[in-house]
Design a protein around this ligand. Structure first.
Ligand SMILES: [Zn+2]
Length: 181
């Protein structure tokens, strides 16, 4: 059993959060059902955003992850969408937090499903990838959960340097495409 199976919600969540009963059974698909009070608790996919930012030479801006999961590997800027937040606002906020850059335009490209082990439980995410326009890179400064950044030609990026599976898929997909959009 790998970690994604071992820490799947069906293995980790044992008690009904409403009545506390241990008769909390996984339905084999996407929910737990409490046999005691009847409550059904769904496991949903959380929305996350990913930014594709290119410089004038068409190189892609990559960041280095400061924390686990996949600490030290290459990544794309982004993060989770907050509750009550639009995805377009989330991608602007994450780029500002991680790189101190102002995104002036966002265009949705495509999405990728992902699984993410954090704090002893697997989270399911839908990574929404946006092409982000940044006109001024003078203020670029890494902070938050990023330890470095670099512009790289898309075809020079080695997928094995990318830590997160869905971001690896984004890069592979980009390398197969003639252009981003
Ligand atoms: Zn219950």
């Amino acid at each position: 059993m790998n970690d994604l199976q071992k820490y799947h919600p069906s293995q980790v969540l044992r008690y009904c959060p409403f009545c506390g009963a241990a008769d909390f059974e996984w339905d084999g698909f996407n929910a737990h059902v409490c046999k005691h009070c009847g409550h059904k608790l769904y496991v949903n996919s959380a929305a996350a955003v990913v930014a594709l930012i290119q410089n004038e030479a068409g190189e892609l801006l990559l960041v280095r992850r400061k924390f686990d999961p996949a600490k030290g590997t290459l990544d794309l800027p982004g993060g989770f969408v907050n509750i009550g937040e639009a995805a377009e606002d989330a991608v602007r906020r994450e780029v500002k937090e991680e790189l101190n850059l102002e995104v002036t335009e966002t265009t949705f490209w495509r999405s990728f499903p992902n699984q993410y082990l954090y704090g002893g439980i697997v989270y399911f995410t839908t990574d929404l990838v946006f092409v982000c326009k940044v006109s001024n890179f003078d203020e670029l400064e890494v902070s938050d959960d990023v330890s470095g950044s670099n512009f790289l030609p898309i075809n020079s990026i080695k997928p094995e340097q990318i830590g997160l599976a869905s971001i690896k898929n984004v890069i592979i997909c980009l390398q197969k495409s003639a252009s981003i959009c």
